[in-house]
Design a binder for this molecule. Structure first.
Ligand SMILES: NC(=O)c1ccc[n+]([C@@H]2O[C@H](COP(=O)([O-])OP(=O)(O)OC[C@H]3O[C@@H](n4cnc5c(N)ncnc54)[C@H](O)[C@@H]3O)[C@@H](O)[C@H]2O)c1
Length: 250
């Protein structure tokens, strides 16, 4: 078991990649805390977690309190997976593009930073350090050409910011043996992409963008998160790893 004796906090744990990380990390021996804005979704998997709490990652006071409560329960937080996130498609239609841009940046960038800062403070105590895994995207590295939406796309802006934040936090955490890395998935079969995959023509277009000829599974991203979380990646920090079926290779 690759995470035996470790404790992990996973945001966005109620769905998709976060839920896959929670299940895989449990099966590898970690104690797992899951947090998510979606209380009902989290309640449905609460029995499989060691700690669960409804949490908005943009609420600093609530984030700090949740991190402290998990530290009290587990004694340490060795691993953080920042999987809470939203897309430009999730912005309410009635919002101005400026407000929608801010909302996506708040959830994806500020939320990742707030919880990372709270967990790094805990990981700096003592010598254990830790590993933080941020969810960026292929769209943190390239512009979106297939799904042009005709207005500024905060999703891609947020995912680029996460990669730079990853480098910044990796350098500041390194003296305390805190490793910080990002994953850059291609299109993965989760609720986040379901509206696109339900349209057969769109689905075929998306598949064609991935040289492996298919979309990815949440578990395939979780297994890369497991590598970065584990001691197998003990000399890996500040990097952004594509998990994209070759999307970025062409
Ligand atoms: N699915 C993909 O194709 C794909 C590709 C690249 C990157 N990603 C990234 O991976 C991460 C996970 O994506 P997913 O596909 O599992 O999505 P998902 O929609 O299945 O899960 C995201 C979870 O985040 C939660 N969440 C949203 N806002 C929150 C907030 N303010 N506070 C706490 N929780 C909040 C949601 O309730 C949901 O449970 C996201 O950051 C996403 O951008 C996904």
């Amino acid at each position: 078991m690759r995470l035996s004796g470790k404790s992990a906090l996973i945001t966005g744990a109620a769905s998709g990649i976060g839920a896959a990380c929670a299940a895989l990390f449990k099966s590898e021996g970690a104690r797992v805390a899951g947090v998510d804005l979606h209380a009902e979704g989290l309640a449905a998997i609460a029995d499989s977690l060691d700690y669960s709490q409804s949490l908005d990652v943009t609420d600093k006071a609530a984030v700090d309190a949740a991190a402290a409560s998990i530290e009290t329960q587990f004694g340490h937080i060795d691993i953080l997976v920042n999987s809470a996130g939203m897309t430009t498609r999730d912005v309410p239609a009635e919002m101005s593009w400026e407000d929608g841009w801010q909302l996506v940046m708040d959830v994806n960038v500020k939320g990742t930073l707030l919880i990372s800062a709270a967990v790094m403070e805990i990981q700096r105590k003592g010598a254990r350090g830790g590993s933080i895994i941020n969810l960026s995207s292929i769209y943190g590295q390239v512009a979106r050409t297939s799904l042009l939406i005709g207005q500024p796309d905060p999703y891609t802006h947020s995912k680029g910011a996460i990669q730079q934040m990853t480098r910044d936090l990796a350098v500041s955490g390194a003296p305390d043996n805190i490793r910080v890395n990002a994953l850059c998935p291609g299109f993965i079969e989760t609720p986040l992409t379901s509206v696109l995959r339900e349209d057969p023509a769109m689905n075929a277009n998306l598949v064609a963008l991935h040289p492996l000829g298919r979309l990815g599974k949440a578990d395939e991203v979780a297994r890369c998160a497991l590598f970065l979380a584990s001691d197998d990646a003990s000399f890996v920090t500040g990097t952004s790893l594509p998990v994209d079926g070759g999307y970025l290779a062409v």
